[in-house]
Design a protein around this ligand. Structure first.
Ligand code: PSU
Ligand code: MN
Length: 305
């Protein structure tokens, strides 16, 4: 049985040669940012990974295949398909089998990256435990996946729309190392600090690469979460973003938004209420994560050689 994976020639060649590759998700393109900023940002992220000496592999489902790396035309088309399925572990196989267009979340991207032999993945923020999860049970499958698939995920922490203490607790339960990069605090997406300390801190991509490889040496399943703070100049201070977040959460509750719609709804409302500032910050933090992910991928390739 061969896997239904389609590689671009650039990604296939890099993997065959043991060169560094960085996976990228596609839900951020279809559900996380509006067109055309989504496609422009995706292209800028890919360019930055190439500049960092690695090959980008944006992952999405089209035509009954899991694409590892997208052509320019595919990326352009995906960016204008807001009704693409939002895929996690639960719906990835169904989407492939039905031949529908699907965008991979952090969870589904980790699964596909692992199948393709890619160790490092850059995104914006991961899904987490939603506020009020004690009644809604809304806990992102991203957290569970981090405990299963052997991929190091570089994100800017978790969004302030989530319950961050509970998110860190679930990650601990799943056995996921949460590594703050270059600071003690766990970052909160638009803000550099969540006010909470991360369980681990590393200041060097080589250490993160060594820890990734040691999980494999020890036979431990699951990946790592690298929490990379947004650059200072792009940050929106916690005091400033929190009232906006509270307002968006109240609107979501009033409108009965649930399940997969929650995260895209909140992001969209926050973009509107900050007049695009949250989008500009979001793009900057993804670029920053792409840069770090390329450095980690290079180190993993070097240490394995
Ligand atoms: N980070 C962003 N924008 C996004 C997401 C993350 O900056 O749109 C997406 C990711 O794909 C993540 C998903 O996996 O939101 C989480 O969705 P949920 O909370 O429904 O699990
Ligand atoms: Mn959810």
């Amino acid at each position: 049985m061969t896997l239904p994976l389609s590689f671009t020639s650039e990604v296939r060649a890099a993997l065959d040669a043991g060169q560094p590759v960085v996976a990228l998700e596609s839900t951020i393109i279809t559900h996380g940012m509006p067109f055309p900023q989504n496609v422009e940002a995706a292209r800028a992220v890919e360019a930055l990974i190439r500049a960092g000496g690695a090959v980008p592999a944006t992952i999405a489902v089209m035509g009954g295949r899991i694409h590892i790396g997208l052509s320019d035309a595919d990326l352009d088309q995906l960016g204008q398909t807001p009704h693409a399925m939002k895929l996690s572990r639960a719906d990835l196989p169904a989407c492939v089998a039905m031949g529908q267009v699907g965008a991979t979340t952090v969870a589904a991207t980790m699964i596909c990256a692992a199948m393709a032999g890619i160790s490092v993945f850059a995104t914006g923020g991961i899904g987490g435990v939603h506020r009020g999860a004690e009644t809604s049970f809304d806990i992102s499958a991203d957290l569970v996946e981090l405990g299963i698939s052997p991929v190091t995920v570089v994100a800017a922490g978790a969004k302030a729309i989530l319950d961050l203490p509970k998110t860190l607790e679930v990650l601990e339960t799943q056995g996921v190392p949460v590594i703050a990069y270059g600071q003690d605090d766990f970052p909160a997406f638009w803000s550099r600090s969540s006010g909470m300390k991360a369980p681990l801190r590393m200041d060097d991509p080589a250490q993160i690469a060594a820890a990734h490889l040691m999980r494999q040496t020890l036979g431990l399943k699951g990946g790592q979460l690298v929490a990379n703070p947004i650059p200072v100049e792009a940050e929106i201070a916690r005091e400033e973003i929190m009232p906006v977040v509270e307002q968006a959460l109240a609107e979501a509750e009033a409108q009965g938004i649930a399940a997969k719609q929650v995260t895209p709804f909140l992001l969209d409302r926050i973009f509107a209420m900050t007049e695009g500032r949250s989008l500009a910050s979001n793009i900057e933090l993804v670029l920053n994560n792409a840069r770090l992910a390329a450095a980690i991928a290079k180190e993993i390739a070097r240490q394995k050689a």
